[in-house]
Write a protein that binds this ligand. Structure first.
Ligand code: ATP
Ligand code: MG
Length: 220
């Protein structure tokens, strides 16, 4: 029941000469929700993008079901069917059946410009789910939506976790949502993991002053 899906070992990432991820280590088990938290520029998006083969890495290894990923374009193309990703900005190729699941079937024939931001994000989630991925990577998918839309999207993600037991890595600035959904929190700063803690412990008892300050700054 605690099958390990993803594992990251000693990962270093550079943009040119600048190191933006330092010795990243963690693992993700089937059905688990891992939340990446940290200030702007701490490397959250870079880490997610690396796990989707969109960034190269200089050192370290990523394992999928215990098998070390050979970071070639061909292997990543195959893996992206199993590791789906939804971004803050979206593009649209709606899959038909799944639209029902997110109550968007009345929009089957809509053009993207006729959809609100929240509707577009639901379609983007559907599109990623259409590949039947084993893991979903969600990078601030509610950023720039109005509060009502944010709630709607969060409900869908919570349903994916609680009903479908979807394995996910989520970047979010919504602390209440994170505290409800996170099994595990990685708190990043300047590309370092400062804390790797079960979700409840992170929010109740952050270990580092930096994490305390961060939670304060988010009004949590
Ligand atoms: N394509 C890029 N080329 C060079 N540097 C980059 C690139 N993308 C990100 N960076 C730098 O890498 C660091 C980590 O950025 P990243 O976008 O991963 O942070 P983040 O935690 O997602 O921030 P935010 O919360 O603002 O989305 C930052 O210093 C950023 O300026
Ligand atoms: Mg980001």
């Amino acid at each position: 029941m605690t099958e390990e899906i993803l594992k990251v070992e000693h990962l270093d990432k550079f943009y040119d000469d600048r190191q933006v991820l330092h010795d990243i280590n963690f693992s993700l088990k089937k059905g688990e929700v891992l939340t990446l938290l940290g200030p702007s520029g701490s490397g959250k998006s870079t880490l997610l993008r690396t796990l989707n083969g969109l960034e190269d890495y200089k050192k370290g290894a990523i394992y999928f079901h215990g098998k070390k990923i050979n970071p070639s374009p061909k292997e990543w193309q195959m893996l992206r069917q199993k590791i789906g990703m939804v971004f803050q900005s979206y593009d649209l190729f709606p899959n038909l059946k799944l639209l029902k699941q997110v109550r968007l079937d009345q929009y089957l024939n809509a053009y993207p410009r006729e959809l609100s931001g929240g509707q577009k994000q639901r379609v983007a989630i559907v599109r990623a789910l259409a590949m039947r991925p084993e893991v979903m990577l969600l990078d601030e998918i509610t950023a720039s939506l109005d509060p009502e839309m944010v709630r709607g999207i969060e409900e869908i993600v919570e349903l994916l976790s609680k009903r479908d037991h979807m394995t996910m890595i989520i970047v979010t600035h919504q602390m209440n949502f994170a505290s409800r959904i996170a099994d595990e929190v990685l708190f990043l700063e300047n590309g370092h993991i400062l804390e790797d803690t079960p979700g409840k412990d992170f929010f109740d008892h952050p270990q580092t002053q930096r994490a305390k300050d961060f939670l304060d700054s988010m009004d949590y």
